[in-house]
Design a protein around this ligand. Structure first.
Ligand SMILES: Nc1nc2c(ncn2[C@@H]2O[C@H](COP(=O)(O)OP(=O)(O)O)[C@@H](O)[C@H]2O)c(=O)[nH]1
Ligand SMILES: [Mg+2]
Length: 304
């Protein structure tokens, strides 16, 4: 299956709603106030934020045509406009021929897909690189086990401390092992729930500082994993995590399971932070590089 087909098939929940409703808005084949109102509510229903909707509507208003081809023109204009918003946010988390070693710290609320995403990314990095996976979600034994299963499947080394050991101290020990034993990548899984958000963020800041202090010359990426089924609520999480943790990359998971995929555009429009991957399913191959062209065309079911 081509990558475009994968985007197309797995973003179907969003595109089913968007494409047919957009086309329905243009039954009378005219760009007038009524169709613009209808279009606006269709775009909002896919969790595209108002500022982005305004941008899109403004670009559609410029279309003068009333001919048969207008529906195609509308889709093409929307696809281009969305691609323009998304394009600057494309950024890979690692390159296949990268020579620098890297530490990736994955953060995000419980259930957002951190552990699964780490397994998928380790698989993509591949066995030519030496990868250490560290389980710092020490509050739940099941979380450690889930991560360890991924590590075993991928044949990656795995490090976890003792049950309920302080997460920052596990990260410290893992960073030490990473450095001494010359690993290329250290992937750190973290907890997503504590008694409250402030405690969680403080703990993550501590974990990051400890690693940073020990290995100040190694690149550290903080990767925020967001659950795409949360739609526009992702913005709140991006705010909470982004502010204190200097997030360098966003991954949006579960876009196969939601009709609110438009929220990705809202995030891209609002934040400078790049988007490295999107999750399109539970299987190991279902994490794909974020691609603005594939995404914009797939959610509109448009591929001319
Ligand atoms: N459909 C779908 N499910 C996903 C995706 N990513 C993760 N999941 C599922 O979401 C659930 C929570 O994932 P997990 O990695 O445990 O989240 P964590 O609490 O952040 O570590 C699991 O059942 C995963 O299989 C995705 O892209 N699509
Ligand atoms: Mg987890």
């Amino acid at each position: 299956m081509s990558l475009f087909s994968k985007f197309r098939n797995n973003l179907k929940k969003t595109s089913d709603i968007l494409s047919s409703n957009i086309l329905n808005s243009f039954q009378n084949k005219k760009v007038d106030d009524q169709t613009m109102e209808e279009l606006e509510s269709v775009l909002i229903s896919a969790d595209i934020s108002l500022d982005v909707v305004d941008k899109l509507i403004n670009s559609i208003r410029k279309i003068k045509s009333t001919d048969e081809n207008i529906k195609n023109l509308i889709m093409e204009t929307l696809a281009k406009e969305i691609e323009t918003i998304l394009k600057p946010k494309e950024k890979k988390l690692f390159e296949q021929n990268e020579i620098e070693n890297k530490i990736l710290i994955f953060v995000g609320v419980n259930g957002s897909g951190k552990t699964t995403t780490i397994g998928k990314i380790a698989n993509q990095i591949g066995n030519e690189k030496k990868i250490l996976i560290a389980g710092c979600d020490t509050f739940r034994a099941a979380a450690i086990e889930q991560l360890q299963n991924w590590a075993e499947k991928n044949k990656n080394d795995f490090y976890s401390g003792n049950p309920s050991q302080d997460p920052a101290s596990v990260a410290y020990q893992a960073a030490e092992k990473f450095s001494k034993e010359n690993y290329n990548y250290l992937l750190i899984d973290t907890a997503g729930r504590l008694s409250n958000n402030t405690n969680l963020i403080n703990q993550l800041v501590k974990l990051k500082n400890v690693v940073n202090k020990m290995l100040s010359d190694v690149i550290i990426e903080t990767v925020l994993v967001l659950d795409g089924t949360n739609g526009s609520n992702m913005i709140k999480q991006a705010e909470i995590f982004g502010k204190e943790l200097d997030v360098s990359s966003i991954i949006i998971t579960k876009l196969d399971g939601t009709a609110k995929g438009g929220a990705l555009i809202s995030i891209a429009n609002k934040y400078e932070i790049p988007i490295s991957y999107i999750g399109l399913g539970e299987k190991v191959e279902d994490l794909v590089d974020f691609n603005s062209r594939n995404f914009s065309r797939s959610i509109l079911n448009f591929d001319n």
